[in-house]
Design a protein around this ligand. Sequence first.
Ligand code: WT7
Length: 650
Amino acid sequence: MSETPNTIDDLLAEQRKFVPPPEFVANSLMVGTHLYEEAARDDEGFWARQAADLVTWDTEWDQICEWDLPYAKWFLGGRLNVSYNCLDRHVLAGAGDKVAIHWEGEPGDTRTITYAEMLDEVQRCANVLRSLGVSAGDRVNIYLPMIPEAAVAMLACARIGAVHSVVFGGFSSQALADRINDAEATLLITADGGYRRGEVFPLKPAADEALAMSSSVRNVLVVKRGGNPVEMLEGRDHWYHDMIEAADPVCPAEPFDAEQLLFLLYTSGTTGKPKGIMHTSGGYLTHVTFTHKYVFDLHPETDVYWCTADVGWVTGHSYIVYGPMSNGATQVMYEGVPNYPGNDRFWEIVEKYKVTILYTAPTAIRTFMKWGAQEPAKHDLSSLRLLGSVGEPINPEAWMWYHTYIGGGRCPVVDTWWQTETGGIMISPLPGATTTKPGSATFPLPGVTAELLDDAGERVDQGGGYLTLTRPWPGMLRGIWGDPDRYRETYWSRFPDRYFAGDGAKLDAEGYLWLLGRVDDVMNVSGHRISTTEVESALVSHPAVAEAAVVGANDPTTGQAIIAYVITRGGAEVTVEELRSHVATEIGAIAKPKAIFITPDLPKTRSGKIMRRLLRDVAEGRVMGDTSTLADSSIVDELQRRAAETPTED
Ligand code: WT7
């Protein structure tokens, strides 16, 4: 196997290790390695066994997988109803009174919804959709705040074989219009407004603007949440609650083909128009049910699970709606921001509902680090037994902070790597079985085969490379809506016959995988290929640093120069020179940033990913590119002002 001198350098070495705690192992669903061995012998057989054990089918499949590269189909000939799996089967098994959702509104209002209540409302909603002309295969757009009706609407679509396309409530009317138009949706489900940071943000007015730019939508269902005034267009707009109340409460769950399209979810690439990622039913449900059960070691009788994502992202689809509900979990769903009314809102919620499993994002963890450990210390977090992370590489120091201050040193941390396109978790520890290392997503799950390749497409067994997936998996995307060429081009063209995820990673001497971020972000400094993630992690390992973003800016001498933006922990004092030498000590002089800017905030997408493209624009003194996907655009002006004032260091 090749030495890959120039694919991506491997600079940071993390030595800490955490074996699964004995108290955790004693009660864990998965101890030991038998699932890995079974899957390595026969991955299709392994997934088929999960599909049979974890999912209820109306008709059994006659072929497990058809792999017609780059298209896979799973459980061919099988028939099932996804909403039956998420609701009816639990109620039929006697769990109707079990709480499905402990919902907490941002202002502090709450709702407790059982599986029986959820089933009742989903059936009514499904009948409402039908009465508004929606049938199997039709696309329904959902543009809602984080309220239970979002899950109801998704499951109601699934019940009748309609395809949902959820658009995050923070997106603009233009983004909504683009997605409605691309999918040619005929129905839109929205709300008057929702709560965010103590105020009502209007949704219906934005929806109205979007509808003015599209022509396919014939009916709009409007949930009342914000209480803000809205205009209702006679004949097109209907109040959700009136329709639900009047609806027939029975809507039998009709079986659909395993490959029935379940949803579209749009993901914006770095350039070009958003891609409608297609996910189907039987394989997807198998994948998310299996991973939710084993990665989170779910004991549905006793666990209270909380995923802090929004339903508008894939994490909300797979690990709020489909995975947890298929497993009959009890979960918390929270409407608002983590700092309303105070910086301890999340910890108040954990204490209140005695949350046992928490799944959140590194961006949130680093924000909590910035706010300080005194915030979680105000609350009793002893109910927690497992912590999860998703969305970005988690820096070793952020992992340690999460483990120490949130997990009290007793909870395993599962760093889960996956994508909108993969449908479900692909690389992650299994908490009762895997010895973890802070910052490593560890190993591919049973049934998943990942390999690193170098620039020449040769396999890398140790060091940095491109993360590829070599075998189909049940939750994989089935294509891009309306654009098969783009599907091949985006995922299957860089390396022949395999899926290239766009991410860099490295393998250490013990075979652990360390995600290094998007390969587009890899910097080239004097011929060294340095991952932004490693330099960021080195910065975050300084006790004064909560968060760091690193970019490569054009440099006449070194090709690119490393520029860092740093947020300090709780206002800690530190000099730029000290941080530069810290990086040099941690990972070497080659990675020493040329300039470091201390900043109060960073430009992020609404899902919390750092927008390095904009930071590059700032660093190279360019006029700002497109800022429309920014969560808060004022920070870019602030950074530009600082860049103009601060001399770079050499
Ligand atoms: C991209 C996918 C997966 C649901 C949320 C994001 C990055 C995701 C990790 C992780 C390092 C991660 C990757 C990936 N990413 N999880 N545990 N470690 N990087 O879904 O918006 O489709 O983004 O998020 O770069 O490709 P998405």
